[in-house]
Ligand binder design. Structure first.
Ligand code: FE2
Length: 186
């Protein structure tokens, strides 16, 4: 099962470390959804291409665009710089959907009290980061991830760095969070 935890306040050491609190403070995936609206799906990484689960999910959610990205020292020029740019706190006007097929990494999201929650993703993990939530991504110490990206319609990957509090998607996110994600879940 996917693991998520509250991060420590150590921003000086490598972003690719676990950054657990002492003692570690985990959060369940149900609680993560309630606090942030982040959704999680477990797929079978060996059979997803043919077992119909991913296909059904794509149809239900209207994901018409799909591609695949690889992040590694070999694939990304200026790797160390690049992963720092992924780690800049930002939001998007649309959902960020990633399905990990190989390797691993961390998605960090802010909770309703501005605390960072770190979500560790491995092959078979599919994560949906809602539009308007402040978040960031980093590789872990394995320095390798291969993931599929999905999108409804023509993809828009543009990140808006924090502060972006005046954006409509941010205001809508805050309103959904205030009302409680369980009520507004589709
Ligand atoms: Fe993002």
């Amino acid at each position: 099962m996917v693991k998520a935890w509250y991060m420590d306040d150590d921003s000086a050491s490598d972003q690719r470390l676990e950054h657990h609190r002492n003692p570690p403070e985990y959060i369940s995936i149900e609680e993560l959804y309630k606090k942030t609206g982040v959704e999680y799906f477990k797929l079978n990484v060996d059979t997803y291409a043919t077992d119909g689960v991913l296909q059904a999910l794509k149809e239900k959610r209207g994901y018409t665009y799909e591609d695949e990205i690889v992040c590694s020292k070999e694939c990304l020029p200026n790797y160390e710089e690049k992963i720092k740019s992924f780690y800049t706190e930002h939001l998007h006007t649309d959902e960020e959907i990633r399905f990990v097929v190989e390797g691993s990494g961390y998605f960090d999201v802010r909770d309703d009290a501005e605390r960072w929650i770190r979500i560790a993703v491995y092959p078979g993990d599919m994560i949906v980061i809602p539009s308007g939530i402040y978040h960031r991504f980093t590789l872990d110490t394995n320095n390798y991830i291969r993931a599929k990206r999905f999108f409804i319609g023509e993809p828009v990957w543009k990140p808006y760095d924090r502060p972006a509090d005046d954006m409509d998607c941010r205001k809508q996110y805050i309103e959904k969070q205030r009302r409680g994600f369980l009520v507004t879940a589709s």
